[in-house]
Design a protein around this ligand. Structure first.
Ligand SMILES: Nc1ncnc2c1ncn2[C@@H]1O[C@H](COP(=O)(O)OP(=O)(O)OP(=O)(O)O)[C@@H](O)[C@H]1O
Ligand SMILES: O=P(O)(O)OC[C@H]1O[C@H](OP(=O)(O)OP(=O)(O)O)[C@H](O)[C@@H]1O
Ligand SMILES: O=C(O)c1cccnc1
Ligand SMILES: [Mg+2]
Length: 511
């Protein structure tokens, strides 16, 4: 099992700081510091603890999740160090705590912390730890809230993006347009980054383009279109070819000539309606500014062309395509019929699915609000639970039973090459072997078990490549009634969980 050990000294040993400078050791809940104090008072602060970070249920009614946020967690622990001013603030916030505690706090870093993790971008399932974090209990406790804050939304929005990619299909261009609608600047930046991880092609967010190297794309807005009154607004009418070899002195007249030709074309009669001259001025002006990447927002007055942002997107995209093809045929402009049609306006999984069913001609979807706010599910609900302290396994019984012990986790693949089941074992158990029959048990349901003869075994929680979406059996990934993927434990771990469970659960007395 490969571990990422953090070097907290000297500015993170070359590991960059978290992207968001607000991510500091104080970005945690007060109770992490009060517990750290109580551990310290009890002389327990150096006890060796193992915590699992996992979630309990897949989001969006689906049967899979994509893990995001790991890199930021590693950046955080690599640079973990409380500054003098942070210590002064903590002293004022916890006035009853002894001085020695603050001296201890100012001395800590995460050089004694080990993180075992599934690679970011992997398909993951409930109960299996995404990260196992091991180290001195007081320090690990301080990591709980920042880690959950860095992983919860990241994984949720990555999953949301992947679901939009699955419904849109591979050839479509997916553009994330959510910055203006996201939950503040950090929500917007995170959304752009993790939607790209989840399978989007580009973002409109310029800062995210700079920070993460994500391709940035955009069209123009209704304001640009409605800011023009008519063709007289255009002062400089010259258009030169990019190599300077050709020059059109009056592009506006050229546009007007073409407009007349299109109107006269017999084959276009009936499909071509009156032109709004202020809209024509806006498009002409935009073409003069971007002659090699022209794109027109065409629905400010009436829908006819290239980014559609209202109305029936299926119908309008089909009509637009017909018109483009007719122009190609009438005037012999090779490729005109294939011109890009982008659609936006409150799109989400359901609307894209509806458009697919109706038939449409959209090449690119621009998606904002529903994507970045994760409108269909507010949070993933990742948790951070103690599973072992000083080599003693721990279990949490209330609400949802946690799976004790420092574990190893494997993904077992079947004959058809798809993953069949994830299995958790105790740390010292032998790894599952290819071709060897293995009993996989549901962690809590006694009757649910299956023998598996794996054709291929991958250990989870160690660094490895991504690109899992394509490798999953399609019925786990479908939108409607997806098949649950199986998560199991070894027979030995099953027996141990239930032994510990009975041991920890008090026997009531009836009188
Ligand atoms: N063919 C279609 N099938 C299903 N949903 C569609 C189809 N075309 C558009 N939609 C969706 O229907 C909704 C249309 O919303 P609404 O009626 O508020 O928009 P509009 O009136 O066309 O435009 P505006 O945003 O200017 O008000 C959007 O969520 C859009 O994504
Ligand atoms: O619809 P979303 O999925 O959130 O995608 C982003 C939206 O942002 C822009 O709208 P704008 O801010 O101009 O407002 P409007 O479309 O609501 O008028 C754009 O026209 C999209 O409709
Ligand atoms: O470039 C666009 O078309 C765009 C960008 C952000 C939001 N809506 C649209
Ligand atoms: Mg809109």
């Amino acid at each position: 099992m490969a571990a990422a050990a953090a070097n907290g000294a000297g500015g993170g040993g070359g590991v960059p700081r978290p992207t968001n400078p607000m991510v500091t050791p104080l970005l945690t809940d007060l109770y992490q510091f009060t517990m750290a104090y109580a551990y310290w008072k009890a002389g327990k602060h150096l006890d060796r603890a193992v915590f699992d970070l996992y979630f309990r249920k897949n989001p969006f009614g689906g049967e899979f999740t994509i893990f995001g946020g790991l890199e930021e967690c590693i950046r955080f622990i690599a640079n973990f160090k409380l500054t003098d001013t942070e210590i002064i603030f903590l002293r004022s916030a916890m006035p009853t705590c002894e001085d020695g505690f603050f001296e201890y706090l100012s001395s800590i870093d995460c050089s004694d912390v080990a993180v075992y993790a599934i690679p970011e971008g992997s398909v993951v399932f409930p109960k299996v730890p995404l990260m196992i974090i091991e180290g001195p209990v007081a320090v690990i406790q301080l990591l709980e809230t920042p880690f959950l804050s860095l992983v919860n939304y990241a994984s949720l929005v990555t999953t949301n993006a992947a679901r939009h990619r699955l419904v849109a299909g591979k050839p479509k261009n997916l553009l994330e347009f959510g910055l203006r609608r996201a939950q503040g600047p950090d929500g917007g930046i995170s959304a752009s980054r993790y939607c790209y991880m989840g399978g989007f092609d580009a973002t409109s967010n310029v800062a995210a383009g700079r920070l993460f190297g994500i391709p940035i794309r955009g069209t123009h807005s209704h304001a640009f279109v409605s800011s023009f009154m008519g063709l007289d607004d255009i002062i400089d009418r010259t258009l030169a070819s990019s190599d300077g070899s050709n020059k059109c002195e009056d592009f506006v007249s050229l546009v007007q000539n073409w407009l007349a030709r299109i109107k006269d074309a017999g084959s276009l009669r009936g499909t071509f309606r009156e032109t709004n001259l202020s809209e024509l001025a806006a498009f002409t002006s935009y073409a003069l500014a971007f002659p090699n990447s022209f794109l027109a927002l065409v629905d400010t007055y009436d829908a006819a062309g290239i980014r559609l942002d209202s109305g029936d997107l299926a119908y309008l995209s089909v009509e637009t395509r017909k018109f483009f093809r007719a122009i190609e045929e009438e005037f012999g402009f090779i490729g005109f019929g294939k011109m890009n049609i982008t659609a936006s306006n409150d799109l989400n999984e359901e609307t894209i699915d509806a458009l697919n069913k109706q038939g449409h001609e959209v090449d690119a979807f621009g998606i904002g609000t529903y994507l970045v706010t994760c409108y269909a599910q507010a949070a993933l609900g990742c948790v951070f639970k103690l599973v072992e302290i000083n080599k003693q396994p721990r279990i949490k019984l209330s609400e949802d039973v946690s799976i004790p012990c420092k574990k190893r986790c494997y993904r077992l693949f079947g004959k058809e090459g798809y993953p069949l089941v994830d299995i958790m074992t105790g740390e010292d158990e032998p790894a599952p072997k290819v071709g060897e029959r293995l009993l996989c048990r549901h962690p809590f349901n006694e009757s649910k078990r299956a023998y598996v003869v794996p054709q291929h075994v991958e250990e989870l929680l160690k660094s490895r490549c991504m690109g899992y979406l394509d490798r999953m059996r399609p019925d786990h990934m479908r939108r409607l009634n997806p098949t649950p993927y199986k998560v199991s434990v070894s027979a030995k771990l099953y027996d141990f969980i239930h032994f510990l469970w009975l041991n920890e659960a008090p026997v009531g007395e009836l009188q």
